[in-house]
Ligand binder design. Sequence first.
Ligand SMILES: CC(C)(COP(=O)(O)OP(=O)(O)OC[C@H]1O[C@@H](n2cnc3c(N)ncnc32)[C@H](O)[C@@H]1OP(=O)(O)O)[C@@H](O)C(=O)NCCC(=O)NCCS
Length: 329
Amino acid sequence: MKVRRVRKGDLSRVRDVVEQAFGDFFERQLGTRPRTVFNGAQYVHHRWLMEPWGCFVAEDHEGKIIGAVVAVMWGSLGVVGPLAVLTNYQNQHVGQHLLRAVHEFLDENKVALAGVVTYPNSPKHLRLFHRFGYKPKGLVAIMSRMVEPAGTADSSRADGGRVPKIAPAVRPFSGLEEAKKKAMLQRLRRITTAVCRGLDVVKEVEIVDGLALGETYLLENGKDLLGFAICHTPGVSEAPAGTLYVKFLALDRAHRRPDHLLFLLGALEAAALEGGLGRIVVPVYLKYFSAYQVLLDRGYQLDFTMVRMQRGRLEDYEDPADLVLDDWR
Ligand SMILES: CC(C)(COP(=O)(O)OP(=O)(O)OC[C@H]1O[C@@H](n2cnc3c(N)ncnc32)[C@H](O)[C@@H]1OP(=O)(O)O)[C@@H](O)C(=O)NCCC(=O)NCCS
């Protein structure tokens, strides 16, 4: 068995391996095989474009790809996953070889924190990542809500009667002149590095913009940038079919008020509706308790939970008052 970096020609096979391995895993967990794994969300192609050096495959002695792992650097934070090994090759240390390769990559890049999201009810997964120094930290909730035209019974109830007392505006990043995008990316960096030193999700913004995977929405009040949300829409992105998916959202520390988050969520829900999407999916790490509370207040339901595992210097950096929604899957 050999581990090597992913090449362009491998991408379809890597996607197959990931979908087969997870399909088998879900079937074992749920008793039935999902018709489409991840409900149409895709994780391989654009992540490889973003971070080609962070993607590895394992090949058997005939050169057949039997496993794969993908990692993306968000500045000081390295996010690992998906990791997958074909069922017939599991429990033969293939997964650990892949993780070793990916951690060499993370070490070369001097990550201050590495993170994975995994299944809290699987002793195998917890043990596997523990072996690499990861500690289970807290739950991630994948939450969602149907979106309906304003004025319907459901949307008025879901606001909990709370009307934002501000007059901010939301505009799409893709609408900025090319010359202004660079300066805006710098402002986004300032927001994320205040949340976690060195955290930088600009390449997620750039790939969404460059490949039209969705849109990044900027929440502004006059000249102030209050926050932003990177969203994917279905097609070849991480959005499940029929949904607008929030990959990352953060409010500037100076403006982290629940009504700002409510306002931005309202704009994202409106964007989903406008795009003909009936549902919005948002991940929330429960250590960001204020953000979780806002989602509950707005009528979001909890679809399922996973556990975040972390290793490195910046462990436990989260401030529960930060209004952040970030998905490490
Ligand atoms: C998770 C996954 C990648 C692991 O790959 P793998 O090649 O089977 O992993 P390895 O063989 O390198 O290591 C697994 C270890 O877990 C151990 N293990 C297996 N079942 C276990 C259990 N019930 N409790 C504790 N440890 C267990 C194995 O014995 C092995 O440890 P060892 O080195 O002491 O023998 C693979 O199972 C997979 O693709 N699953 C489906 C997709 C998935 O869940 N991906 C990860 C999402 S975070």
